[in-house]
Design a protein around this ligand. Structure first.
Ligand code: T46
Length: 141
């Protein structure tokens, strides 16, 4: 039984034929939440970093639909890093996880599929606040 309280790589369907590949997501079956919003990050200058926050409620799936980048995540106890570079794989991140994204290749596109509509109230952007909140939870990495 998959434990979707933990960050993890999710393999997405890959439909291959002579015309190329097609990958899709479908809330509730291919991804473990109902999809409410999508956004994508692109044209990231070399050496720049994105993220630097956690979310109270939001779950998300990050996919490198082009190029590659690293996602560094923490539950407040330890850190893990993932290199995303396959359009048929997504990194699932549940709420309560700090994330930074860096090492973007030229032409990288980060697609983010998320469970909530946008609200700034869902963000924890101060690392010390995040550390305090994380001490109220068990480690999940
Ligand atoms: C995340 C990482 C991977 C909106 O108005 N609507 C939106 O849906 C989003 C995502 C952002 N914004 C605004 C909020 C800020 O004024 O766009 C501006 C840039 O957002 P932010 O600085 O949060 O961007 P990143 O790349 O640091 O973080 C984003 C997501 O916000 C975040 O949830 O996990 O990508």
């Amino acid at each position: 039984m998959t434990d979707f309280t933990k960050p993890q790589i999710i393999q997405l369907p890959k439909i291959h034929d002579l015309r190329g590949n097609l990958t899709f997501v479908q809330g509730g079956s291919t991804i473990p939440f109902e999809l409410k919003r999508a956004y994508w990050i692109y044209d990231v200058p070399a050496g720049e970093e994105r993220g630097g926050h956690s979310h109270h409620e939001m779950s998300q799936l990050l996919i490198a639909v082009g190029g590659s980048f690293d996602v560094n995540i923490s539950d407040g106890y330890s850190w893990r890093s993932f290199t995303l570079n396959r359009p048929f794989e997504g990194l699932f991140i549940p709420p309560g996880i700090w994330r930074t994204l860096d090492n973007f290749s030229s032409g990288a596109v980060c697609l983010s599929l998320v469970s909530n509509e946008f609200t700034e109230d869902d963000y924890v952007r101060d690392y010390e606040d995040f550390k305090r909140l994380s001490q109220l939870r068990e480690p999940i990495l």
